[in-house]
Design a protein around this ligand. Structure first.
Ligand code: ADP
Ligand code: ADP
Length: 224
């Protein structure tokens, strides 16, 4: 991941907001990076850029050698489906579907057949400790369990990059620690992990901390 001189400007009537103001950021393979900053500092905007959910006003973003900032919506969707697993604060599970049906969604998009899909989803749910909850709906699961379903959904398609936006924000301390444990495990298994947070204790569990304020990186250091 290589971001160079990235700017994102939001225009609201006469109001011009420099949400990202010249970001330079390199994230290598297999890194575990926390992006930290106060509310309004530009974290979500940067997350949207990293996750190919939006394009910058100016500057460049290359992922795996491909220039992202000039891509159209279809190309962006393809990158998202194959390169990135998303984990959100609010889990973003479909309430009418069971755990395993939620985890199946990315594989359905990828056109994976029923039998293989089922097998891979089972393995993913077992990996996050939910092997005995395959057919539970989100309302029948605790918050920590719902986030683990979301992690299974993020990792079932084997994306190299996991992008987690405040993944422990809605959880109690114990469930949050379990989620961080799973992210560390994924990192050990070779994933690149990018974690967005406003919590110093969470950020300190990463290998590297990038601090953002007013749309600029004000600190970038290794933890340890
Ligand atoms: P954080 O995630 O750190 O709270 P954001 O990236 O959400 O920060 O916001 C950075 C700045 O950009 C804020 O001033 C916010 O009000 C503004 N902003 C974010 N999204 C939009 C948008 N869609 N339209 C207009 N302004 C926005
Ligand atoms: P905790 O957050 O401490 O895990 P919960 O009461 O939310 O506590 O969950 C305890 C267990 O009960 C979980 O394993 C979950 O799968 C199950 N469970 C929770 N709510 C329901 C429900 N409404 N229907 C069926 N099972 C449930």
């Amino acid at each position: 991941i290589e971001i160079s001189n990235m700017q994102k400007i939001y225009k609201m009537g006469d109001n011009v907001i420099n949400a990202l103001n010249g970001i330079n950021l390199y994230i290598g393979k297999h890194e575990f990076v926390a992006i930290i900053g106060p509310s309004g500092s530009g974290k979500s905007t940067l997350m949207n850029m990293l996750g190919c959910l939006d394009t910058p006003t100016s500057g460049t973003y290359t992922l795996d050698g491909r220039e992202i900032s000039k891509m159209n919506d279809n190309q962006l969707a393809e990158i998202r489906n194959f390169k990135i697993g998303f984990i959100f604060q609010g889990f973003n599970l479909l309430q009418k579907l069971s755990a395993i049906e939620n985890v199946e969604l990315p594989l359905i998009y990828q056109g994976v057949g029923t039998k293989e899909r089922h097998q891979r989803c089972k393995v993913a749910l077992e990996m996050v400790g939910l092997g005995s909850r395959l057919h539970h709906k989100p309302t029948e699961l605790s918050g920590g369990q719902q986030q683990r379903v979301a992690i299974a959904r993020a990792l079932v398609s084997n994306p190299p990059i996991i992008l987690a936006d405040e993944p422990t924000g809605n959880l109690d301390t114990k469930s949050g620690a379990e989620i961080m444990g799973i992210l560390k495990e994924l990192h050990k298994n070779g994933n690149t992990i990018i974690l967005i947070t406003h919590d110093n204790d969470i950020a300190n569990q990463a290998q590297r901390i990038v601090r953002i304020q007013d749309g600029e990186i004000i600190e970038d250091r290794e933890v340890g």
